[in-house]
Design a binder for this molecule. Structure first.
Ligand SMILES: *Cc1c(COP(=O)(O)O)cnc(C)c1O
Length: 490
């Protein structure tokens, strides 16, 4: 039904009165900021003596009125809800005691970057929309690419995390190598026995799971066995198959072992295979001298991913994909849209949308740029060096206590378990794990390595220092004494 002109203007007026409430005035904004800032400061102030794990909030909770959008609620009530019901239960990723999974911590300045990015809401997908935002994002990509040793003509984008970065790299590899769907059954992908599951998910999402996937064995140091890799490639070629893609770890998530890029790259180059290095965990150790040594040759990869929300300690939501030849990314992702035709003459720099699957996106560059510029790079490097040293300190000490460990750590992950003849090893180590979880000040995870239960420590939060490692050692000792009373006397 058409409005009469008179009614139309009346209705517009009424709706404007309601919708204008979204344009919050300066006093109200100041009040919101005060409440949120107080909440954030209280949170950070309680962090150092807080818990890394709170076993709460896991029960059913379907009828929660505070969650369902509806009537307006005062900000104080909402912030109180966040404080009690969101920030308390579960694993505290900001705690220095967090040593499970892969920590990162979440540097504060990133939140301010997000705040500025969201207030101005610059459109970071296209250079035409915001040359400044795109320049900032591209500068982060350039910095990361140069850090790993890429030189000219590389490209990349800021993603939501490592999983999407892997997906972007794998899709690019497929396109660049001309793999068609009908080729899948004769095309071979090489991973390792310890490849991260996000890689297999990316293979599935991109349709490449129908290829033949070889999970190559590891050597005694849990790194890819390069001889076996090459032998498998030779066998596959003899059988008339097409080796296409090889994916290795620069820091496996389970054990932290770094597959050595140089010997692997020699093989992949010899057989014209795309080499992808998953450095989501280990990539930023390239800022350190030790890391540069360990990851030497990483720049030979055709694509690499890193996770600033791990090794650069940013809050969750930032990954990086880098591709050695930017043209491969552009060939894969650049599209033309008639309603965006005005943008095309305004492209002094590559637009993120032309090198990724996203169009409208979070302006992630600001949350990475602000902390790096406020602090400079040095404290990030020192923090990573500190984590490497803390890991070796932990490794030495738990061996002294009688734990069996994996090999000397490449990076900052240690797996260990207590094993003595006459004790039920699995039950004992599960009890130790449970004791530490119940205490809550330190949070570990566990991993199943070739059918064996192992305790696992990953040290990567900028807030983790020697006192946290000493506390962990104390907790381990106490737990051992409780379950094996004569251990303490050794
Ligand atoms: C964490 C991790 C991923 C996945 O990254 P997300 O940021 O969690 O999506 C992939 N590979 C490795 C080696 C990782 O450690």
């Amino acid at each position: 039904m058409r409005h009469t002109r008179h009614h139309l203007e009346d209705d517009i007026g009424r709706m404007e009165a309601g919708s204008s409430l979204l344009e919050t005035d300066a006093d109200t904004r100041a009040e919101y900021r005060r409440v949120v800032a107080k909440h954030s400061e209280d949170y950070l102030a309680n962090l150092s003596d807080g818990l890394a794990y709170v076993q709460d909030g896991y029960g059913p909770d379907v009828s929660d009125e505070m969650l369902r959008p509806g009537e307006p609620i005062p900000i104080n009530d909402l912030v109180t809800y966040v404080e009690n019901r969101v920030n308390k239960p579960g694993i505290n990723m900001t705690s220095g005691g967090l040593m499970g999974f892969i920590p990162g911590g979440g540097v504060f300045e990133s939140a301010l970057g997000d705040y500025m990015a969201a207030v101005a809401n610059r459109y970071a997908g296209m250079f035409y929309a915001s040359p400044g935002a795109v320049r900032m994002e591209n500068a982060m990509i350039r910095w990361a690419g140069e850090m790993i040793g890429y030189t000219d003509h590389f490209g990349g984008s800021l993603t939501s995390g490592g999983s999407m970065a892997n997906l972007t790299a794998i899709t690019t590899a497929r396109h660049a190598m001309g793999i068609r769907n009908r080729d899948a059954e004769s095309t071979v992908i090489y991973t390792t026995k310890r490849t991260h599951h996000s890689v297999f998910k990316a293979l599935k999402v991109s349709g490449l799971h129908e290829c033949i996937v070889r999970k190559v064995d590891l050597d005694a140091s849990y790194r890819i066995d390069v001889k076996k890799l090459e032998q498998q490639i030779i066998d596959d070629k003899k059988a008339g198959l097409k080796p296409f893609l090889c994916i290795i770890n620069a820091g496996s998530t389970d054990i932290g072992a770094v597959d050595q890029p140089i010997p692997v790259a020699k093989v992949t180059q010899r057989y014209n295979i795309w080499l992808h290095i998953d450095a989501a965990y280990g990539g930023f150790f390239m800022l350190t001298r030790w890391g540069k040594e360990f990851l030497k040759g990483i720049e030979q990869a055709d694509s690499v991913i890193l996770d600033p929300h791990k090794g650069l300690f940013l809050p969750y939501g930032t990954g990086i994909v880098l591709v050695k030849k930017a043209s491969h990314l552009i060939d894969t992702f650049k599209y033309h849209a008639s309603y965006l035709q005005d943008a095309e003459s305004m492209t002094a720099e590559e637009s993120p949308t032309d090198v990724s699957a996203e169009l409208s996106k979070h302006f992630r560059g600001m949350r990475m740029w602000l902390p790096l510029k406020i602090h400079g790079v040095a404290p990030f490097r020192d923090a990573l060096d500190e984590k490497l040293l803390l890991t070796r300190y932990l490794w030495d000490n738990i061996r002294e206590m009688g734990f069996d460990t994996g090999p000397y750590p490449d990076l900052t992950i240690v797996i260990f378990r207590y094993n003595r003849s006459g004790v039920d090893t699995e039950a004992l180590n599960r009890r130790i794990f449970e004791d530490i979880r119940q205490d809550g000040r330190i949070f570990l995870s566990s991993t199943n390595l070739d059918g064996v239960f192992n305790l696992r420590v990953a040290i990567l939060s900028f807030r983790t220092h020697k006192r946290h490692i000493d506390l962990l050692l104390e907790l381990l000792k106490k737990s051992l004494q409780k379950h094996l009373p004569n251990v303490g006397k050794m």
